[in-house]
Design a protein around this ligand. Structure first.
Ligand code: SF4
Length: 278
């Protein structure tokens, strides 16, 4: 059963992420605040509504992004001509960049197909591009992206050895949560990416990414889902917290590291001594 602490934690995660993604304001509806203050158990819908509500309090803008130096696929960079997967990913990226299958194309600067190694063991999946990603055309840049890089390196990988993408390839207006219809419109692209990449494991970053991949999980909170294997296109999925949440809640680095260790164990990889917080 959900506890007030879990509800607060999930709400805080969503708001913290939006702030890290470049939002300048945030607002929670009075009704939800009253429910939380009373210690009741608001529904997922009310929490989601609060998280996606119009914004009002000013916060610092997100920082600029991480520099990628190799193997970026879907970003226009040159790649090995003899790599069949790379060619397929490039063709798919062009389809994504010209896609108008859902309303999110109207507000984007550019679609963000994702980037990384065409033969990855691990595919990291987030929710959707934020302001920095929309501007740079790369997934997971900015402060959250830098922390994701640290998480990847703590696992014994480099960022160039994995693939990083989002459920939705275009930035939602004001960084709101993508609607289910928008996720469904975009999921065929992710299915094609998974079919090409054939990762051994998918790591789903944050509640919305998990919901996008596994819709039936939407009734559970990320605090309950994390650490427990799910499945997408018959690929094992490990849900964990979004890096932006860790920026605001460093104590959650410990459970995230536990989740990443489970991924390493699944891959038969050694567990480095350093943790995700390094
Ligand atoms: S979010 Fe996905 S489905 Fe919607 S326009 Fe962008 S690429 Fe197309």
């Amino acid at each position: 059963m959900d506890t007030l602490q879990e509800i607060l934690k999930d709400t805080a995660e969503y708001i913290a992420w939006k702030l890290e993604e470049g939002e300048t304001t945030a607002e929670v509806s009075p009704s939800v605040l009253l429910e939380l203050a009373a210690g009741s158990q608001p529904t997922k819908q009310t929490v989601a509504a609060a998280s996606s509500a119009k914004k009002s309090s000013t916060v610092a803008p997100a920082s600029t992004g991480t520099t990628q130096k190799t193997a970026s696929v879907g970003t226009g960079e040159k790649v090995a001509p003899d790599d069949d997967r790379t060619k397929k990913l490039q063709v798919l990226a062009e389809d994504i960049k010209s896609c108008t299958n859902c309303p999110l194309h109207k507000g984007r600067i550019q679609a963000v197909p994702g980037q990384g190694n065409p033969n990855p063991e691990i595919l990291f999946i987030g929710e959707a591009p934020g302001a920095d990603e929309d501007e740079q055309g790369l997934a997971f840049v900015g402060r959250a992206g830098k922390l994701l890089t640290k998480m990847i390196e703590a696992m014994g990988f480099t960022r160039d050895e994995v693939f990083i993408a989002n459920v939705n390839k275009c930035r939602p207006p004001n960084n709101r949560k993508p609607m289910r219809e928008e996720m469904d419109a975009c999921l065929p692209f992710l299915r094609q990416q998974v079919a090409i990449l054939q990762p051994k494991v998918i790591v789903a970053l944050g509640a919305t990414a998990v919901e996008g991949l596994v819709p039936e999980s939407s009734k559970q909170r990320i605090s309950a889902l994390r650490g427990h294997w799910l499945s997408f296109e018959e690929i094992p999925v490990m849900p964990t917290y979004h890096p932006a949440y860790l920026l605001r809640s460093p104590a959650m680095k410990k459970p995230v590291w536990e989740d990443l260790q489970a991924v390493l164990q699944h891959l038969g990889r050694p567990i480095p001594k350093r943790g995700a917080s390094q």
